[in-house]
Design a protein around this ligand. Structure first.
Ligand SMILES: CC(=O)N[C@H]1[C@@H](OP(=O)(O)OP(=O)(O)OC[C@H]2O[C@@H](n3ccc(=O)[nH]c3=O)[C@H](O)[C@@H]2O)O[C@H](CO)[C@@H](O)[C@@H]1O
Ligand SMILES: C=C(OP(=O)(O)O)C(=O)O
Length: 415
């Protein structure tokens, strides 16, 4: 059984470049299917979710190869329109292939996606968007058979779902005519997807705002694109420095994407200096409790950073309250943090963290991606050697968590 061995209690010191964003590269890889040519996707992280996406592309008849940090996808002649169940279940983002496959092939066969268990994660908004664009979707035995000559439409989301917005964008690029997506998600990864699509010849505007417009049916062409840095990985490393103490610099991310996270860290007593592609954090004193942290769609505090920040705030003075508004069940790391001596009470969507003077090492188990990263963050601030198991969850989103943390002076080994 693989695990991370984390020797806590030593301050961090150093600089790390943040790899490309999982939540950008996965829809971008799906988008490659729309392009009858060669797409070079640079700054592509080496993650198990990326491997799963490349497996799906290969299954659909694309040629795929990796050259350094670039992945090259040639979707000149795709042959398939089905995504096998085992690949669908590998990750949540497999569902983004719905819009791309339907758009490119005129039909799609797939089932519900996998991904982190954070409570119910329906795909009703994805399906409604496809139906708005003219798709006919038959649901039987857990599978979805989708057909349709897509045409532009007005899509209005009841909530700003990241994945449904991306799916709608991909299908609308392939559809004939104009599409307007209202109440679109505004995450930076949506902007990255728009920029990739435009670099390949698509006509998409408005990403980053609540209304996205797409002139569909344009002939796309190959090209190259570099994926943005991963703001959640950056948030995790800043939380690690807050937990262990010390001075850490993260580069390769846009500091504006992290302002809600850095504001909480500053309130807790860290000193932060941000320039466009670099954030420096210094933490010399015990952290203080902070005002309630409420997760919200971007530009609010990201749900994906909730667990790592909570882990940092376990040790310190005062009390911090978290309110998880995006997912119903995203506190599964709490029991494991308590094994390290944290004092946290959860009631429904609210978690109250009572700062304690010290954490101690423990054997703990990751139950999801960010929850697992949070355990490493807490272990860095704990006395003694912790063992973090279930690290396959973590490796879905962090290319080399132990290696990066070692660059910052931490003692973390993978067994
Ligand atoms: C690969 C990727 O980009 N994953 C991110 C994406 O996930 P994902 O795209 O799955 O998240 P969504 O924005 O869709 O989900 C937000 C909320 O909408 C609900 N919902 C969503 C779709 C739907 O059809 N019906 C519905 O009710 C979900 O249950 C959840 O409560 O955004 C989340 C919220 O920022 C992040 O935590 C994930 O890291
Ligand atoms: C929940 C996450 O990912 P996914 O949507 O891919 O499960 C995440 O990145 O924290």
């Amino acid at each position: 059984m693989s695990a991370y061995l984390v020797e806590g209690g030593r301050p961090l010191d150093g600089s790390v470049r943040i790899h490309g964003a999982k939540n950008s590269v996965l829809p971008i890889l799906a988008a490659c299917l729309l392009v009858p040519g060669e797409c070079v996707v640079r700054n592509c992280p080496d993650l198990s979710d990326v491997t799963a996406s490349l497996d799906i592309l290969r299954h659909l008849g694309c040629a795929v190869r990796r050259e350094g940090d670039a992945v090259i996808v040639d979707a000149s002649a795709p042959t398939g329109w089905d995504v096998p169940d085992d690949l669908m279940r590998e990750m949540r983002s497999s569902v983004i292939f719905l819009g791309a496959v339907l758009g490119r092939m005129g039909q799609a066969d797939l089932c519900a996606p996998g991904g982190c268990e954070l409570g119910p994660r329906p795909i009703d908004l994805h399906l409604a968007a496809m139906r708005s664009l003219g798709a006919v979707i038959a649901e039987a035995g857990g599978g979805l058979h989708c057909t349709g000559g897509l045409r532009g439409a007005d899509i209005v989301f009841s909530l700003p779902s990241v994945g449904a917005t991306e799916n709608a964008m991909l299908a609308a690029v392939a559809a004939e005519g104009d599409t307007t997506i209202t109440n679109a998600a505004r995450e930076p990864e949506i902007v990255d997807l728009q920029q990739f699509l435009c670099a390949m010849g698509a006509d998409v505007h408005g990403a980053g705002s609540s209304v996205i417009t797409i002139r569909g049916g344009k002939r796309l062409h190959g090209g190259a694109y570099a994926v943005m840095g991963d703001r959640i990985v950056a948030a995790t490393y800043l939380a690690a420095a807050a937990s262990a103490g010390g001075t850490v610099e993260v580069t390769g991310v846009d500091w504006r994407h992290l302002s809600t996270v850095t504001a909480v860290l500053a309130e807790a007593g860290c000193t932060l200096t941000s320039t466009p592609e670099r954030i420096l954090l210094r933490c010399q004193a015990p952290l203080r409790g902070v005002r309630p942290v409420r997760t919200a769609p971007y530009p609010g505090f990201p749900t994906d950073a909730q667990a790592p920040l909570m882990a940092a705030l376990c040790k310190g003075t005062g009390c911090s309250v978290f309110v998880e508004n995006i997912f119903e069940s995203r506190y599964r790391h709490v029991d494991e943090l308590c094994r390290m001596g944290a004092e946290i009470q959860v009631e429904g969507r609210v978690a109250v963290v009572y700062g304690v003077p010290r954490l101690h090492a423990a054997q703990v188990r990751s139950t999801d991606l960010r929850g697992g990263a949070a355990l490493v963050v807490a272990a860095l601030g704990a006395e003694g050697e912790s063992i973090v198991t279930g690290i396959h969850h973590v490796e879905r989103g962090y290319q080399d968590l132990p290696g990066d943390l070692r660059l910052l002076g931490a003692s973390v080994r993978r067994t």
